[in-house]
Design a protein around this ligand. Structure first.
Ligand SMILES: [Zn+2]
Length: 85
């Protein structure tokens, strides 16, 4: 009688483990679906010439008086250098 009770408890415990296993599976797949990893947060920098914001990794950089300036294109960089700021 006691052995059967223990067996039943073990059986319930196993079912509980299986259910928890599938719940964790569902959670992990759901989480990856809700989190788009195609949108990394990029640092935006300002183009001093045409006043627009561009991603830092796409910007042209120019070091001047210990400050880094960013530009959207070579044209803007030249304009800035010619303006003599
Ligand atoms: Zn520009």
């Amino acid at each position: 009688m006691l052995l059967r009770l223990i067996f039943l408890l073990l059986l319930f415990y196993l079912v509980f483990l299986v259910v928890r296993f599938f719940q964790s599976l569902g959670k992990s797949t759901g989480r990856s679906r809700h989190q788009p990893d195609s949108l990394p947060r990029k640092a935006m920098v300002k183009d001093e010439v045409c006043d627009i914001y561009i991603p830092e990794d796409e910007a042209l950089k120019e070091n001047r008086n210990g400050r880094v300036y960013y530009f959207c294109s070579e044209d803007c960089r030249k304009k800035f250098l010619n303006s003599g700021k």
